[in-house]
Design a protein. Sequence first.
Length: 150
Amino acid sequence: MVNKKGYVKTLEAVIAIVGILIFTFSVMPREIPNPNQVPFIVENSQDYIIETLQDSPYREFILNITEAGGKLDMSDNSFIAANDTITNLIQSNLPLTYNYEFKICLTTTCLAETPPLGVSVYGDDVMIAGLNYDDESKARIVRVWFWPIG
């Protein structure tokens, strides 16, 4: 005659262990992704753009933009050249499914104008300072914003 009490006790122990594991895993806190974290592809793209803006010829284009009355002269050829060069740099490094805006500013108060409402906007900036061709000390801030399309 086979002792059935041993099988029943073993089955009870296995069921108890499974129950404890299910309870433990359902009660343990899960890692919640940070909604404010910049996506990896956006962060890499912005880092590359910001680093590239600090080198020639971008640096010279930015520093040689003329000022008129405490504002950048947007009709001047130097502004147009800098704007076109930076646009090409950003467009060639823009992640798929993202749109962008950038501004060259004299102060820290410039803001993006075109991002749609209800999307996450990821921004980065760099201050470019130095001497232009006229040996004048200048400082410019270049801000770049990315946001997902759709």
